[in-house]
Design a protein around this ligand. Structure first.
Ligand code: CMP
Length: 149
């Protein structure tokens, strides 16, 4: 099955800098991404720690959690063919200084921590992460053929 789900987060740095709209527009224009769910949230400690639990032994864990709690962010459920790897290519390297030109992190990230967006790193984690923020029954499947008719 090639169709995958990836979780994308427009992080607090990008929302604070009023870049959420421009970033969202990049997602909207991507030829193979379907935005199946989207919401503006402000994570509390429990939510941020739970989401990044895999990193809890890392030295930057507290910095990461505090940053993700520092303001609102936009979470999105993205569906598409090979969506996880396509999304990782689209957002660019974790460190914006190493990201390719034209990627979201190159355009809007400022450091390894404040890197504008999050992207799931595997198809398995994509489903888990989408489930963490969305009830799968709430996801919308837009019928573009019908809308454009
Ligand atoms: P993200 O894709 O959200 O997944 C884990 C995050 O940890 C990553 O993006 C980075 O923003 C963050 N991260 C990784 N390394 C560091 C670091 N050395 N200092 C602060 N944050 C980091």
């Amino acid at each position: 099955m090639e169709t995958e789900m990836a979780l994308a987060i427009i992080k607090p740095d990008a929302v604070r800098k009023r870049h959420a709209g421009e970033i969202l527009s990049m997602y909207e224009k991507h030829p193979s991404f379907k935005i199946r769910g989207i919401k503006l949230i402000h994570m509390d400690r429990k939510t941020a720690e739970g989401f990044y639990e895999v990193h809890k032994e890392r030295p930057f864990f507290e910095e990461l959690v505090s940053f993700m709690m520092s303001g609102p962010c936009v979470v999105m459920a993205i569906e598409g063919k090979h969506a996880v790897s396509a999304h990782r290519d689209f957002i660019g390297a974790t460190n914006p200084a190493h990201a390719q030109e034209g990627t979201v992190r190159k355009r809007f990230g400022s450091s390894i921590g404040e890197n504008a967006v999050h992207g799931s790193d595997s198809a398995e984690n994509g489903m888990k992460e989408v489930n963490y923020f969305f009830d799968l029954s709430d996801l919308v499947d837009i019928n573009w053929a019908h809308i454009n008719a």
